[in-house]
Design a protein around this ligand. Structure first.
Ligand SMILES: [Zn+2]
Length: 454
């Protein structure tokens, strides 16, 4: 064997073993897949949503108990990407992140009447002293009590915007569709405190704009509709929905101006907003909800501040939720094909999957290009730690390409025949656009950067 050939064989073996600690390898990924035998009978198909089935079968989630799921590494990576988008937009409106306890006292819920209002969906338990506790489904009570406990809160400190990203609990009668309707799920909840109803309205507008930015960055078409305030109380409320057949919310959307409303009864009618459009029924998955609360919580919990005149007044509040794990599942639900999981590019667990040549193939002479490309891209901010190499080089390129596509990596780069050219070229597959093209290394990186900035 020639020395060069020997080197490439050595390198091939190293890649296949996945020995570099600072590289993400498919062979090392904890992605337990559910393999259904070809002639196996699948009974559960119709009771599961598409996203639940795909996320389970492709190792993104695993059910721990009814309505509770393990979020495996691919799912957790996606969640962290969503959290980064949310944190970024919250920072722009000066919202501050904190963490409230998940366990809240039953007394607190009784003082606002929601112990009864929410009823059996409230997850309750008793401690050893027989005191009632709640595994919180939301934190209006807790955060308002926190504010009430601050001595001498001044108008100078307002508006105050506080948010968290934590687990929430709801004792669902029928948890289903995986992360779409669980008993334990992750939410981002923001609470705002203002000096007057007018100021609270201004804050509501600012947060609504931030929510629009978040959904625009996620990149899935969404509907924002006016909503009833329900058990939260308050005066103004909007919901954010992804349109999907599996959605449990019924929306009326104007075909002409995009105005939307969520109603109990879904009766098509003329649009009250533009006057000429027609309101059409469509199912949606609720992924966000905003409320202007007024003093619904600050009065019973005595959360006050000192006004300019030195008097004491009740805080004007707002509450803004985003179903984080639900957004992940809903995104997959909207974009996926029946047998192929697809993610919004902004939330894909890894944006780029690199597929090196098969062991023993002619192309294996240029296997080193895979790790070189990986390291070069990994040194660029927009790709850092967002790449993975499918180093299972005993498998054909075709088989690994198929699997990468099924897992939903938005861009798959294949080190194939064209990589043997004097100026090596890589084949890149843009999965959501169903397109492929070949580029040299520099042009490839430029192309991918461009796609990410779209
Ligand atoms: Zn209209």
């Amino acid at each position: 064997m020639l020395p060069a050939q020997e080197r490439s064989v050595m390198l091939m073996k190293k890649i296949a073993k996945g020995t570099h600690r600072n590289v993400n390898y498919v062979s090392r990924l904890f992605q337990p897949q559910n393999v259904v035998p070809k002639d196996g009978i699948v009974k559960r198909e119709d009771s599961l949503s598409k996203s639940q089935k795909l996320m389970h079968d492709l190792g993104v989630i695993r059910q721990a108990s009814p309505g509770a799921f393990h979020l495996l590494p691919l799912g957790e990576r996606s969640l962290q990407k969503l959290i980064r988008i949310v944190d970024d937009e919250m920072c722009k409106i000066n919202a501050q992140k904190l963490l409230l306890p998940l366990l809240t006292s039953g007394e607190l819920w009784k003082s606002t009447g929601r112990w009864e209002d929410i009823g059996e969906e409230l997850f309750t338990l008793k401690d050893r002293h027989d005191r009632e506790l709640v595994l919180s489904p939301t934190h209006e009570e807790a955060v308002t009590e926190l504010m009430a406990s601050i001595p001498q809160l001044s108008y100078r400190q307002l508006p105050l915007l506080l948010y968290q990203v934590t687990s929430k609990f709801r004792d669902e009668m029928r948890p289903r569709f995986g992360l779409l309707r669980g008993r334990e799920f992750i939410m981002k909840d923001l609470y705002t405190f203002d000096t007057s109803a007018e100021a609270a309205s201004e804050t509501y507008k600012a947060v609504s704009k931030a929510y629009d930015n978040i959904f625009r960055r996620i990149g899935i078409q969404y509907f924002k509709v006016s909503a009833v305030t329900g058990v939260m109380g308050g005066s103004v409320s909007h919901e954010y929905h992804f349109p999907a057949a599996v959605g449990e919310a019924k929306l009326l959307i104007c075909e002409s101006c995009g105005y939307g409303t969520s109603l109990e009864s879904c009766v098509p009618s003329e649009c009250p907003e533009c006057g000429h459009g027609f309101l059409k029924c469509c199912p949606g998955i609720e992924v966000g909800h905003t409320f202007l609360l007024g003093t619904k919580y600050s009065v019973p919990l005595k959360a006050r501040f000192t006004t300019v005149e030195g008097k004491s007044d009740f805080l004007q509040m707002g509450s803004y939720g985003l179903g984080m794990t639900r957004i992940l599942a809903a995104g997959v639900e909207v974009l996926s094909l029946p047998d192929e999981m697809r993610w919004p590019i902004a939330l894909a667990p890894f944006t780029v999957c690199i597929v090196p040549p098969k062991e023993g193939s002619k192309e294996s002479a240029v296997a080193h290009l895979a790790e070189e490309l990986y390291h070069r891209m990994n040194s660029i901010d927009s790709f850092r730690n967002d790449l993975i190499i499918d180093n299972r080089c005993n498998m054909t390129i075709g088989k690994r390409l198929f699997e990468a596509q099924r897992t939903g990596y938005p861009f798959i780069v294949v080190i194939g025949r064209k990589a043997l050219q004097p100026v090596p070229e890589f084949e890149v597959h843009h999965i959501l656009m169903d397109k492929k093209a070949s580029f040299n290394e520099t042009a490839l990186i430029e192309y991918l950067k461009e796609q990410l900035n779209k």
